[in-house]
Every structure is written in structure tokens, then in C-alpha cells.
Design a protein around this ligand. Sequence first.
Ligand SMILES: NC(=O)c1ccc[n+]([C@@H]2O[C@H](COP(=O)([O-])OP(=O)(O)OC[C@H]3O[C@@H](n4cnc5c(N)ncnc54)[C@H](O)[C@@H]3O)[C@@H](O)[C@H]2O)c1
Length: 322
Amino acid sequence: MSDIEFNSALITGGAGFIGSHLADKLVNEGIETKVLDNFATGRKDNLLGCMDKQNFSLFDLDLGKLGNQEDYLENVEVVFHMAADPEVRTGYDNPKSSFEQNIVNTFNLLQRIKHSKVKKIVFASSSSVYGDAKILPTNEEYGPLCPISHYGASKLACEAIVSSFCYNYDIDGIILRPANVIGSRGRHGLIWDLVHKLKNDKNRLEVLGDGKQTKSFIHISDMIKGILQSMKKGEDGVEIFNVGSEDGVEIINVAKIVCKNMKLPNIEIFTTGGIENGRGWKGDIKIAHLDISKLKNLGWQPKLSSLEAADVTSQEIIAEVI
Ligand SMILES: NC(=O)c1ccc[n+]([C@@H]2O[C@H](COP(=O)([O-])OP(=O)(O)OC[C@H]3O[C@@H](n4cnc5c(N)ncnc54)[C@H](O)[C@@H]3O)[C@@H](O)[C@H]2O)c1
């Protein structure tokens, strides 16, 4: 039996990777579910399981161009704000996108929410707000927060804006700081890049950086459970939760898993060496490891380790695109 304690929700960015998995879950649980998306990176295909359901509706809207029409907020109890430009790497050349798509659009959305009947907002921030954290594993109390990517900076700014709107307009707030979320429908990030490189060149695989960047990966199935579990926090104002797996994995080992699943076990894997002691690019966090005990204390536990998540995901992505 479902233990979801709300009846209606809006998911911004609900046609994207994380948002569409969340939409599947909510629709199947009988929640009145609305998705708002401009299909910048999202795809209607991701919502095939929802489209014909009576408790689902889709709003093809851009958060940057919201007009007076506000049906998407009508009778909505909870807003899951997932829409964003999720690219970390491209932010170096295009910081404006992180600023406009993430900060300005979050503000635009909150301006609409403030006079609505929405009771709760769940915001997809990112563990990139920690930058090069000096304490590992890093918990939610860590500071000062000094992001090293424009993306991370934009998410930190959004956290602040969500916090002030929640306080001023009596909205309950949950801020999630996920690690690298991976799984079917994912269309950016390491595994997606590696599969595409292997599709184009079956002899050599380039890995950005020195390959020793250590990251935490969380499978989408654990992520969706984590999102819903975070809502058990009680009603004590805005709370922040890390969402990741217990461990980390060197990305060279992720590359090896992807090669194995592509049936290319003997391929030559080479690293670019990267910059600044092996980062893949400016703004790439070399070692990230989240302390996830706060969310675990609410009763959540990720099932897959980072490496297991990478194994499952590479099989899923290969099945989707090869
Ligand atoms: N995937 C990860 O590893 C990860 C990790 C930490 C945080 N996040 C955050 O989680 C959220 C979802 O990420 P994702 O990986 O599913 O990315 P995604 O690109 O698959 O999904 C983002 C969705 O937002 C939509 N969108 C973008 N701009 C919009 C706008 N102006 N108006 C309406 N819709 C818009 C896109 O079309 C897309 O459907 C993002 O906020 C991202 O920053 C993701």
C-alpha cells in the first residue's frame, strides 16, 4: 500500500530523466499529477506510461515565459521543481544558461507559487553546491559552500531563494542535493557520454581527466524512493538532504564497466590527464562523497552501490541507444 501523503502534484521538468520517473511513480500511485516542461531536453517518449492516464496532465510551457494561465498550479499540493539546465560541463562556456534557466526560472516559478494553494516545494538542487569540500563524506551542515561550477553556484542561489519564499509565504520546503543520478532515460553525464563515444569508436575510449576522479552514483530507482522519503521530514520549515550512495567509485572503473557491457572488454581506455591534478574540466569536482545519514535516519536506504548503479545503468542506456 502507498504511504504517499499528498493527493496532487506538479512536476516541473517532468519530461526529463528524473522528472519522468517521478511522474511514473506518482501516476501509478493514483496521485493527480501535472507535468510542466518546455522539452528543451525532456522528451514526450519519457511520459508514454503516463499519457493515457486520467490522473495525468501535461503543460507544454517554458518557465521563462509563463503567462497568466495558471492551470498548472490549480489544486496542486506539492511542487517538485526539477526543471533546469542540468549540464555542469557546458557552463564554463555558457554561464548565462545556468543563471537564466536555473536562478531566474526558479524565481519565476516561486512568484507563481506564492499566491497559490501549494503547501510544499521539493527542489532538486545538487551536491555540486559543496564544490571541493574539505570534509568527506560531506554532510548537509558543511560550509562555507563554495561551488566551483556555474551550475553549482546557480543551484546554491536557488536554494536561498526557495528558502526565503518558503519562509515568507508559509510553504514547506525540501531541498535535495543529489549525487550523480543515473539510470534509464538519462541523457547527459558520464555514462551517456561513454556509451556514445563507444558507439562511434570501438577501438579506443577517451576518459576526461586522470580517471581517478571519485564520484558517488545513485540509481534512479533509489533516487525516486529518496525523494519520497524526504517528505517524511515533518513540518519544521526548510530541510536539506543529501541523496547519494554510500560509496564512491573512480570513473576509470565506470569506463571499464561500460566497456564490459558494450562487449568491448579489450578496448584501449586512455585518459586525457585533465587539468589541475586530474579534473576532467574546469569545475569538475575531483573527489565527491556525500554523508547520507540524514536521509537514512528517515528510513531510506539506497539498494545499489555506485558501481552496481553504473553497471545497471550502462546496460539500460546501451539497450536504449545501441
Ligand atoms: N541527473 C543528475 O545527475 C542530477 C544530479 C543532481 C541534480 N540534478 C537536478 O535534477 C533536475 C532534473 O535533472 P535531469 O537529470 O532529470 O535533467 P533533464 O535535462 O533530463 O531534465 C530537466 C527537464 O527540465 C526541462 N526544462 C528545462 N528548462 C525548462 C524551462 N525553462 N521550462 C520548462 N521546462 C524546462 C527539460 O526539458 C527537461 O525535461 C535538474 O534540476 C538537475 O539540475 C540532476
